[in-house]
Design a protein around this ligand. Structure first.
Ligand code: HEC
Length: 132
């Protein structure tokens, strides 16, 4: 009985871990494809494109440290999305909310928006995981 309970608990914990890992991997992959060219593979603001821009590309590993140790998830989300909030007026960084837009509408009226936000959330989750 006890053994069964322990096994079930371990399975639940392992399940959580592997799900988180898969999510981080997806976020990392997305980061390497969409962000590393400017922000750098290690997110230090030193991607190959950074030197060609006329504005400084910030590093992204110190967002939590700059916010009293708390990762500013919503702010980062809105910055990446770019369609609402602080960057709605535009800026040098691309508006990812439009690029990540999916054309899947078959899963319901909001499916495209849900997929778009899901991709951004996974990406911002990855940013949170690399804070120093
Ligand atoms: C074309 C180069 C470029 C690309 C590609 C790019 N960024 Fe940026 N990013 C910038 C620049 C320049 C800034 C600072 C000015 C601004 O906010 O527009 C910035 C700012 C940010 C900030 C705010 C940092 C702070 O200190 O407040 C975050 C978060 C961010 N980028 C995340 C991302 C993510 C995630 C991606 C990939 C989806 C990405 N960026 C892709 C150039 C880029």
């Amino acid at each position: 009985m006890l053994r069964k309970t322990i096994l079930a608990a371990s399975a639940a914990i392992l399940g959580t871990f592997s799900a988180a890992t898969a999510e981080d991997l997806a976020g990392k992959e997305e980061f390497m494809v969409a962000c590393a060219v400017c922000h750098g593979e290690s997110a230090k603001g030193d991607g190959p494109f950074a030197s060609m821009m006329n504005v400084e590309v910030p590093g992204l590993t110190g967002l939590a440290a700059a916010n009293d140790g708390v990762f500013p998830f919503l702010k980062a989300f809105e910055i990446v999305d770019g369609r609402t909030g602080v960057r709605a007026h535009g800026g040098p960084m691309p508006i990812w909310g439009n690029r990540f837009k999916s054309d899947v509408e078959s899963l319901g009226p909001y499916s495209s928006e849900i997929i778009t936000r899901g991709r951004i959330a996974v990406l911002v989750d990855y940013l949170q995981s690399i804070q120093e």
